[in-house]
Ligand binder design. Structure first.
Ligand SMILES: Nc1ncnc2c1ncn2[C@@H]1O[C@H](COP(=O)(O)OP(=O)(O)OP(=O)(O)O)[C@@H](O)[C@H]1O
Ligand SMILES: [Mg+2]
Length: 240
């Protein structure tokens, strides 16, 4: 499980996160909801080691990983599917996915069967299966987005951070992404989710935190927040 205690982080001298605390229990899906610029991506970056926290603590299964390098954190089993598309453009889809498993070979976690996991990922993401030999750089934007998510799954992570997995996707692929999130949840994968479709995110989540201006403004079981009039008005478009 992932536990964040009084986390401070930002860029240069600008502090974006002003001491946030939250947790993602094992096997649960937790959503972070908030307006543009609230600090959701910054939170994920500080947790996965893409930026160094300025204060507070990040604990993965009780181990303090605050300030560790991102490759060390990946080895410990935390996968981050970042906002935007980060794939290796000159490698094939299959090679991108295989590389996602690489940290399993340099850490102390079980290596497992990478080829079997590759086939499983292809089943989970049929779009990628059809394009397994295609160079990642020639995939459409939406397909690259799915590849980034599939690559995170290839780590067989203890915890997976999904930052806007449906961004830029056509409605049919958005549905596909949520279907995949549900499948991962059924497999007891622990997830921290940030999604522009907050209502759909709450639907698949167990618990959620509302981030406002780098502070946790509200938290509660996802079903409860979904029915909260203030949350509905501010984040769910009122109509969902
Ligand atoms: N690399 C950076 N350098 C300086 N400031 C940054 C950087 N990245 C983000 N910020 C600032 O930090 C604040 C929080 O940004 P962040 O990306 O965490 O927001 P977010 O909640 O993910 O928003 P969105 O919903 O638009 O993705 C914003 O004010 C943003 O301008
Ligand atoms: Mg963001």
């Amino acid at each position: 499980m992932l536990k964040i205690e009084a986390l401070h982080a930002g860029y240069g001298s600008t502090e974006v996160l002003h001491g946030i605390s939250f947790e993602v229990p094992r096997g649960k899906v937790v959503s972070l909801i908030g307006s543009n610029g609230a600090g959701k991506t910054t939170t994920m970056k500080a947790v996965s080691g893409m930026i160094r926290p300025k204060g507070g603590a990040v604990l993965l299964n009780g181990k303090d990983i605050t300030g560790c390098e991102s490759h060390q954190i990946a080895r410990l089993g935390l996968a981050h599917s970042p906002e935007g598309r980060r794939v290796f453009p000159t490698l094939s889809v299959a090679d991108n996915l295989t590389l996602g498993a690489f940290p399993r070979f340099t850490g102390s976690r079980p290596r497992g069967d990478v080829l079997a996991d590759l086939e499983q990922a292809m089943e989970l993401f049929p779009r990628l299966k059809e394009r397994r030999a295609q160079l990642a750089g020639t995939l459409s934007g939406g397909e690259q987005q799915m590849l980034a998510m599939a690559r995170a799954v290839m780590l067989r992570p203890e915890v997976i951070l999904l930052d806007e997995p449906s961004m830029g996707l056509a409605p049919i692929l958005v549905e596909e992404v949520f279907r995949i999130i549900r499948r991962l949840k059924d497999q007891q994968v622990t997830m921290l989710l940030v999604e522009q479709f907050a209502a759909a995110a709450l639907e698949v989540s167990d618990y959620a935190y509302v981030l406002e201006g780098g502070r946790i403004a509200l938290e509660g079981p996802a079903a409860k927040l979904k029915g909260d009039p203030a949350v509905r008005a501010a984040y769910l478009g009122g109509a969902h």
